[in-house]
Design a protein around this ligand. Structure first.
Ligand SMILES: NC(=O)c1ccc[n+]([C@@H]2O[C@H](COP(=O)([O-])OP(=O)(O)OC[C@H]3O[C@@H](n4cnc5c(N)ncnc54)[C@H](OP(=O)(O)O)[C@@H]3O)[C@@H](O)[C@H]2O)c1
Length: 312
């Protein structure tokens, strides 16, 4: 990969199809609002499950280039961590615990890696899951895709501070075995009150089968990237969503077939459907805050949300 030294304060977006992301239009408005003089954003596109050397080269470039201040990492969170962890002088607790990172930044001459998803996915869920939802209805969670987001979401839902407002069960499915085994190793035993189950689901009909047996008032999540990173959905058109459930697609762009499937059953099954827009806002503001060393909370966060919504 070829890198050019930054000539002004630069934050990178490491993903798969970064130029299509809304952040390219949103960032200049946010930078102005936050008073980040001359700051720009640049995308770095890397194919899914790339050669580890590509991740190491990218991280080393950012580390050694003075005006390259940091990056937000999506899709490659686990692969980048595994390939380039040795380049970091500091990794936060979540990054070490889940062996993934979504934020690269610099402080006092150190290269820092943070896993922000347990925080940002939590803020996003707080926004649409009704208060005491788990305590009142005893529902379950299905997360299709055992990547970084699945770990983050599960750990947030099992936080001790939620007391008895916890899902009765969390089910994680994945099309390949490796990620499933590693999710199991990281999540099992995290909360004695939450049952965890893992299923290998190489085909969409396998996910249908798992979802068919779920309780009403559940949370069904597409964390596979299907519908954005690749076309399609982890479910078939013949799937049946559990009644009175919350349906969360982690992305907000692409064909979003999973959301279309849920939309078709919305009335009949009484579903609430949420996309990844609020998650996007929390994810980015958490990382920008680390990269540029600015506090983004309360009214400031609300102003940034309004600016982003104006471009949606
Ligand atoms: N809105 C936001 O701001 C936001 C924030 C975070 C994430 N996201 C999105 O959420 C998605 C997941 O993110 P991530 O970081 O967790 O990605 P990730 O680490 O790449 O994980 C995706 C997982 O899905 C699995 N998968 C792919 N196709 C599948 C299928 N048909 N059935 C079951 N599992 C399948 C993959 O399995 P393999 O191991 O076999 O490849 C992988 O384990 C991405 O598209 C990302 O863009 C959005």
């Amino acid at each position: 990969m070829e890198f050019t030294s930054a000539t002004q304060p630069t934050m990178y977006f490491i993903g798969v199809t970064t130029t299509k992301s809304s952040i390219m239009k949103v960032f200049p408005l946010w930078a102005e609002e936050l008073g980040l003089k001359d700051a720009i954003i640049k995308g770095i596109d890397i194919e899914i499950h790339a050669d580890p050397q590509k991740y190491r080269d990218t991280v080393e470039f950012i580390k050694n280039d003075k005006l390259s201040l940091g990056a937000l990492v999506t899709t490659h969170k686990i692969d980048l961590y595994n390939a380039a962890r040795g380049s970091f002088e500091y990794l936060d607790t979540y990054a070490e615990m889940f062996e993934e990172l979504s934020s690269i930044s610099k402080k006092d001459g150190r290269l820092e890696g943070y896993a922000k998803d347990p925080i940002s996915s939590g803020l996003a869920m707080d926004n649409f899951i009704p208060e005491n939802f788990w305590k009142e209805h005893g529902g379950e969670v299905l997360i299709m895709g055992a990547g970084g987001s699945a770990l983050a979401i599960s750990s947030y839902l099992m936080k001790k501070e939620h007391g008895d407002n916890i899902p009765s069960k969390i089910i994680i499915t994945n099309r390949s075995r490796e990620r499933l085994d590693s999710a199991k190793a990281k999540l099992d035993g995290m909360h004695p009150g939450v049952k965890l189950e893992y299923y290998l689901c190489p085909e969409a009909k396998d996910n249908d089968e798992v979802m068919k047996n779920m309780k009403p008032y559940s949370l069904i999540i597409n964390a596979t990237g299907l519908g954005k990173d690749r076309p399609g959905s982890p479910l078939t058109d013949g799937c049946l969503f559990p009644e009175n459930s919350l349906v969360w697609e982690l992305n907000y762009r692409g064909d979003l077939k999973f959301m279309v499937q849920a939309g078709e059953q919305k009335e009949k099954r009484n579903l609430f459907i949420e996309d990844g827009w609020i998650y996007f806002i929390h994810g980015w503001t958490q990382v920008i805050s680390e990269v540029f060393h600015v506090d983004i909370k309360g009214e400031k966060l609300e102003r940034l949300e309004k600016l982003a919504n104006s471009l949606r």
